[in-house]
Design a protein around this ligand. Structure first.
Ligand code: URA
Length: 239
């Protein structure tokens, strides 16, 4: 029990904040407290590649100056994304780690080196795909992203996807999948089957950092990536 009036107020605030974070986690993010997701300046489907690149540069500039959540206080760099801005294949991870925060580029540490190998295993180069994260700033000590941080950061990712227009997204790990799909199902259940993300095919698979700890999972990721490679080839033929 709280013993001072001030403690009571503090614990009430904590309880309300927890409740809000849980609701946000389940996708109920239209509370007036939060900014609505921003839309790209124009419908991206109709925009020319040049217009899309220009719009993406504007989104990047906004993200670089972002102070919407407390992570801006502890970041070294905003890690917006890297790769071909017209890529057919996009990889989405969780959040920058120490190396990414230091260099301003996603997936450059050990997990990143494994991701590069995974990309090369389907006969593509890292520069041919686009790589981003749910969060653009590193959570202190690499803790899991908070629901509130994901809600604040998702508009950037949503606009990246709208403007890059990938044919396939690979979501790496449970946090990426849960952030994108608003599901509470785990990655072990979801991986290996394409699902829809706002009109784009999305393949959930294990995170490379998980594979570093559990190399036996590599076989499953290889199966998932073979599906990605074959489906992408079919979609590119249809063009
Ligand atoms: N893990 C991620 O999810 N993203 C990165 O950029 C690096 C490690």
């Amino acid at each position: 029990m709280a013993d001072k009036p001030n403690d009571t107020v503090q614990s009430l605030i904590r309880a309300v904040r927890n409740r809000i974070e849980i609701e946000i986690g389940f996708g109920m993010n239209d509370l007036p407290l939060f900014e609505k997701p921003e839309r790209a300046d124009q419908p991206s489907g109709a925009a020319s590649p040049e217009d899309r690149l220009e719009a993406l540069a504007k989104v990047e500039a906004k993200a670089m100056a972002c102070t919407k959540c407390p992570l801006h206080e502890t970041r070294t760099n905003v890690v917006f994304g890297v790769g071909d801005r017209n890529a057919d294949l996009m990889f989405i991870g969780e959040a920058p780690g120490r190396d990414e925060d230091a260099q301003g580029e996603p997936f450059v540490g050990r997990a990143g080196q494994l991701l590069t190998k995974i990309i090369e295993a389907i006969d593509m180069k890292r520069e041919e795909v686009y790589i981003g994260n749910i969060l653009k700033c590193r959570p202190p000590n690499n803790r899991n992203p908070l629901p509130m941080e994901m809600v604040m950061c998702m508009p950037y990712l949503r606009q990246q996807i709208q403007l890059i227009q990938p044919k396939i997204i690979v979501a790496l790990g449970g946090t990426a999948v849960q952030g994108l799909l608003k599901t509470t199902d785990g990655i072990t259940k979801l991986r290996g089957t394409f699902v829809d993300f706002e009109g784009v095919r999305l393949m959930p698979t294990f995170h490379p950092a998980y594979l570093l700890r559990n190399p036996a999972g590599k076989r499953k990721v290889w199966e998932d990536m073979q599906q990605v490679r074959d489906t992408l080839k079919d979609m590119q033929k249809e063009k």
